[in-house]
Design a protein around this ligand. Structure first.
Ligand code: FMN
Length: 333
């Protein structure tokens, strides 16, 4: 199985507590983020890891309220929790600050490591998969795991029937076209698009969307210049109608930063448990902020839509997106 980390190191069993926390960050950075922008800077002490915004980072058109960034920090936190557990370290989220956004994980009482490496493999092999899926139903255990994550703050709906999937596909296609009418949005997205032979350690190469190498060189320019939304709409419709078994929506009762962080924890838990079963996921965020009522009707939910994703068995995969090194995104104190 392909692995996102190159040159994985050994756990520093005899190292300091800070060395051990630093080691775990290689798992933190495998988390998903909007356009693979990796909006994280870590501050590591002997007992805490704090996730902060990198200096100057902003996606003012895509994430004006930092909601998706908070969601990403939840994904990072879940990776850290699971990786820590595999090495006998127990983390909890001890603090979430809204402005500036900051999430702190604190080391609790150490416990016996789990014998198997399942979570470590899942963290490092998980990837977003935007290709068609088979229509094979999800394993029943995975569906019930997904719905078991609902809480006082979060509701979850899993849609499987074709009519509703078709309507969700229409909603995704239409909101994507609407969003891309705005040249500022297109410019912000184009900034993170990369060619297939990029050496950059962030952003999204064309291959993750099945874009051939030659086209990947002009794609960022095309995206910036034209609204490609209507062009990609038929493909989106087909994927939802014929190449997806399940679509999941997670809603928050509120829109606090804690709620968004927790939604990220839940999404990442699902993506990792799915990965262990050979199942992949793909987030579609275009409708989330702008089609609240429509989504709530389609998924029979109320409250604040936080993440919508397809989940199923892949028909093809692409190479992993790159990550900046832990050294480049960490301060030790
Ligand atoms: C909050 C959030 C929103 C996202 N929205 C989209 C989306 O609308 N469309 C898409 O193709 N990918 C979306 N992604 C997936 C990211 O592009 C992906 O995580 C990133 O490129 C890193 O790749 P990886 O998940 O394969 O590691 C989203 C991810 C997050 C965390």
């Amino acid at each position: 199985m392909r692995h996102i980390l190159s040159g994985r190191q050994e756990f520093p069993s005899d190292g300091s507590s800070q060395d051990q926390l630093f080691f775990l960050l290689q798992y933190a950075i495998c988390a998903p983020s909007v356009l693979n922008a990796q909006p994280w800077h870590f501050v590591v002490s002997d007992t805490t890891i704090t996730i902060n915004l990198p200096e100057g980072f902003a996606q003012p058109n895509l994430d004006p309220d930092w909601n998706y960034t908070a969601f990403t920090y939840g994904c990072v936190a879940e990776n850290l929790k699971r990786a820590g557990r595999a090495y006998g370290l127990d983390f909890t989220i001890s603090d979430v600050q809204a402005s500036p956004l900051q999430v702190t994980l604190r080391l609790g009482e150490q416990r016996v490591p789990l014998a198997h490496e399942g979570d470590l493999v899942a963290i490092t092999t998980r990837q977003s998969n935007r290709f068609p899926y088979t229509t094979e139903p999800l394993p029943e255990g995975l569906r019930s795991y997904i719905t078991s994550l609902a809480s006082d703050e979060h509701t979850i709906s899993v849609v499987t029937d074709k009519d509703t999937r078709v309507r969700i596909g229409e909603c995704v296609a239409q909101t994507t076209s609407e969003l891309f009418k705005d040249p500022a949005v297109r410019a912000e997205v184009a900034e993170w698009k990369r060619t297939n032979s990029t050496k950059k350690k962030d952003g999204m190469p064309g291959f993750v969307m099945g874009i051939p190498k030659v086209v990947s060189y002009v794609f960022p320019w095309l995206l910036k210049k034209f609204n490609i939304g209507p062009k990609v709409a038929p493909k989106t419709l087909k994927v939802f109608a014929d190449h997806t078994s399940d679509v999941v929506m997670i809603n928050g009762v509120s829109s606090t930063m804690e709620s968004w962080v927790q939604a990220g924890v839940m999404y990442q838990s699902i993506a990792l448990e799915a990965n262990k079963l050979g199942v992949v996921t793909s987030i579609h965020s275009a409708p989330v902020a702008v089609a609240v009522d429509e989504l709530n009707t389609l998924f029979a939910l109320s409250g604040v839509p936080q993440v919508l994703f397809r989940i199923g068995y892949p028909t093809q995969t692409a190479p992993h997106t790159a990550r900046k090194s832990v050294d480049d995104v960490t301060t030790r104190i």
